[in-house]
Design a protein around this ligand. Structure first.
Ligand code: NAP
Length: 289
């Protein structure tokens, strides 16, 4: 099998995309390739200056790109609501942003930082954009998780990780939540008859800001793959006609199998209900309410 590259992407003229964390790392080449192929792209960034620089870089690389900046802080539900209210149409939502291995902390709304940012922020964003996504034929939601999800564990009695905080354990938990969410979104969309593909991706270890490798950083980075390669699974998931909802793709767009915990429909359903309760976002179109 030949390796898939973004050159195989279909034309995306008339399609609108939102990419979270598009100012940096894997998100920037994801946004660039979507724009280069004709999509209107919203670069969703928490820092407006970094976001504006990313928009400039995309326009330099693809002068015809239709790209605009949106301010989005996933660690603040008011910001998620205000960002979503400003989106006019969306066919492709790429839930890419993330924090990793952060010290113990809380989001603006009091959730553990990595769970709150990586999972709850994207859960809320997706739910708030669902009416727009559901109005577009062939809409897709791509959620970037990690193979680190396999080490994740969710204790609903200790979502604040008060009984012991580990940076890696908190990251793995947030990435397990990302994957459970992506798979549950597909099941709920199917049950509700909503035309939507929800697809998960693992970029593979990529030289970006999230990868903390200590004093040997510059050296180790040379050994890791470039962000453009890390963007391949997301671009494939967002655009390939061969993709089916509920699939999970890794490096070189290879199909991966989620770890056992991520396949648990019971865990996914419970996480969904708890996330809806914590964020106040209820995905009415999927529940009939
Ligand atoms: N790199 C890897 O090896 C690897 C492996 C597996 C999975 N992943 C996943 O890939 C995704 C992209 O990460 P990356 O590797 O490209 O790292 P990155 O360069 O650090 O990019 C992360 C992006 O998320 C944004 N972000 C962080 N907190 C945010 C918040 N509260 N609100 C909005 N945006 C926020 C960052 O904004 P700032 O620039 O303002 O910080 C940045 O744009 C993440 O979901 C990560 O878990 C990466």
């Amino acid at each position: 099998m030949t390796t898939w590259t973004p050159d195989s992407m279909p034309g995306l003229s008339g399609r609108s995309a939102v990419v979270t964390g598009a100012n940096s790392g894997i998100g920037l080449p994801t946004a660039l390739e979507l724009a280069r192929h004709g999509a209107h792209v919203v670069v969703a960034a928490r820092d407006p200056a970094k976001g504006a620089e990313a928009v400039r870089r995309i326009r330099r690389a693809a002068p015809d790109a239709r790209v605009e900046l949106g301010q989005l802080d996933l660690a603040d539900l008011a910001s998620v609501r205000s960002f979503a209210a400003g989106v006019r149409e969306v066919d492709l939502l790429v839930n890419n942003a993330g924090v990793g291995l952060t010290p113990k902390g809380l989001t603006k709304d009091g959730f553990e930082t990595q769970f709150g940012t990586n999972h709850l922020g994207h859960f809320a964003l997706t739910g708030l954009l669902l009416p727009l996504l559901a109005a577009r034929p062939g809409a897709r939601v791509v959620t970037v998780t990690s193979d680190a999800h396999a080490a994740g564990r969710i204790d609903f009695d200790d979502l604040g990780l008060e009984r012991g905080y580990g940076r890696m354990a908190a990251y793995a938990r947030s990435k397990l939540a990302n994957l459970l969410f992506a798979l549950e979104l597909q099941r709920r969309a199917d049950r509700a008859g909503v035309d939507l593909k929800s697809v998960a991706t693992h970029p593979g270890t990529t030289a970006t800001n999230i990868v903390k490798v200590g004093p040997l950083q510059p050296l180790v980075r040379l050994l890791l793959k470039a962000p453009a390669a890390g963007a391949v699974p997301s671009l494939y998931a967002a655009t390939s006609p061969d993709v089916r909802g509920g699939e999970y793709f890794g490096p070189k767009a290879r199909l991966l199998r989620p770890a056992r915990a991520a396949q648990s429909e019971e865990l996914a359903a419970r996480l969904w209900e708890v996330s809806a309760e914590l964020t106040g976002v209820r995905f009415e179109q999927l529940t009939g309410r």
